[in-house]
Ligand binder design. Sequence first.
Ligand code: ADP
Length: 235
Amino acid sequence: IEQTAYRNDKLAMLGKISASIAHEIRNPLTAIRGFIQLLRPHLVKLGKDEYARIILMEIDRANDIIYEFLNSSKPSAPQTTVIAVSSLLKEVVLLTESEALMKGCEVVLHDEAKPLHISVDVKQIKQVILNIIKNAMDAIEELGPEHEGIIEIRTRADQNSVNIQISDNGKGMDHNTLTRLFDPFFTTKESGTGLGLSVSYRIIKNHRGYISVDSKCGYGTQFIISLPTVEAQEG
Ligand code: ADP
């Protein structure tokens, strides 16, 4: 319990710090954008309009990233919609297909026995599942191109809730990683942020669900996300 309290404090602090950093980065970006637009006619005269176009495009991209990040890090109440678990999962799996193909691993979505519905912020829950699948792909990739990677997604109905299991046959985790993976900024990857799972943890918690993990070094990892289910609403 103490560890959880510590983690929540750290997460709340992370949310505040990241929101203010994001705002501080936005202001100079807005200034840069404005001055580039003023310079644009001069660049056109020099035949370098392409430079201005690229600068503006990249500034807009940076702004989009900050916007996404602010959205995912602010601890706001979720915007809920009722959705079938299977259709949410199908949409996420579709998003992972090209990367899976590139990394030579298979993502298998098993049909659920009976249709289940959840009332969730669809964007946020998709982000959580996407994070977990991407981590699974990374863990598979570490075992080299010869390794036949497989990621399986199963749903199981529980009393008033659904368990979404995501398992991979990637490299697995050692004890240290297993105890720290939900900590903000904890990463074992060269270019990792260590934010994916800490944000996911908070999103699931905001949905009154829970997320758990089981892993064995050299064998693979299984994440379970549990979310409360609701009665299906027709129309
Ligand atoms: P990042 O992916 O940027 O490192 P995350 O918070 O998503 O940040 O993950 C934290 C760490 O948890 C990863 O660096 C990795 O060591 C570990 N991890 C997460 N998922 C898996 C997995 N499926 N298999 C092995 N290790 C994992």
